[in-house]
Design a protein around this ligand. Sequence first.
Ligand code: 9PG
Length: 444
Amino acid sequence: MRPVTELPIDPERAVIHEQGWQSWSPSTGYSPGSPPHRPATDVRRIGAWRAESLPAPEVYRGEGLIAIDPGDGGPVHVIASADPVNSVPAIDVSIAGSTAVVSAGGDVVIRKDSGPDGIQGALARWADDVAASLGLPAPRPAPTIWCSWYQYFTKVTESNVDSNLALMGSLPIDVVQVDDGYQAEIGDWLIPSPDFTDVPALFARILDSGRRAGIWTAPFLVGAKSVVAAEHPDWLVRNYDGSPVSAGHNWNQDLYALDSTHPGAAEYLSTVYRTFRGWGIDFHKIDFIYAGALFGKRYADIDPIAAYRDALRLIRDAIGADAYLLGCGAPQLPSIGLVDAMRVSPDIAPTYLPPDGDISMPGQWGAALNGVSRAFQHGRFWVNDPDCIVARPGIERREEWAAHVSRFGGLRGSSDGLDQLDDWGMETTHRLLSEPIPRHFIPS
Ligand code: 9PG
């Protein structure tokens, strides 16, 4: 870390705003002295924070971006990577009395902003500059979706999807998106789960119903139990001792990272998405894609973010220019310009608080926190996905969640079993799917 600047602050009123690395990594502001959220375990750090980032306990850390409101009426300081799409240095702020001391692991720029709307306004104006310098077009509006995850989780069946299709009736749902559960294993995207009889036929029925078809994948994850791990050990990103780099642990197995720079792995990825395109799928939720940007030894000697960006371009080529691409579990800044929409938060869940107290894990607390803090990104980098509407009885604080989605939802999705909705749930789902979406949530 190298020194960047020091600025005077009012320690009673200042706010330091951290930007987390990927969709699920907490992003929020802190008063000096209040402890920042940090991962509960190493598995969480790898899978939901930033694997390589181990900030000292006493610092605030933004990944490629941090903002300081000095609290004394002076300008908000936005300190950001000089090349945020290609390089995401850690940027640390430590507080020494009435001074904020900033250091960074790479080249950064400082933007002093005295405009309206505080930190969010300053971040919005920084994002405008980034978007303009990259020549980004205005993002394409998102279709509305129905997603299988938040009712059925990995236990989803073909008949669950069929029965919801039959109940969609007049709900304004463009895309029916089948989430995790149709596939045999993590990495084996073209092998059906034993619980599914005919995956392409299911997508054909979705299309026949007059809606579009969407699918979930985790393109850069390889589960230890998968066929792809057994048959292609040379496709895994490696540590320098030869062991596979850990991409975390989930689905009761260790997870590895696919080396998308290996020609065989790249061809496999292309085949998977060209096959889905052939099935008529034109909406893709690509998840856990932080795994494509982990440090490690790859077939091609390129830096992890370059490998990640190349891999997203490869996926885009295979799905087609018109397909809608939603990133999830995704490094935020390195995805700019490569996705149509972006999950900006941890998962919503029936419970407000997350398991093991880790705010990156499913729960309304973390989901809402990030949806607010990353509001400035919407309409500038992509369409913000705050995560799905869940409106059935039994969802803790469902009214608060509905209000959050209404305020900060760029992509609108329903993820209840539609037979589970009471009158309030159905009315709310209908309303949230029908609302016009503002171009920006935070004005410039
Ligand atoms: C499918 C789900 C849904 C959901 C995604 C993502 O760190 N974790 O263990 C962890 C597990 C699941 C998860 C996020 C984090 O959810 O956000 O919408 O698609 O995968 O498995």
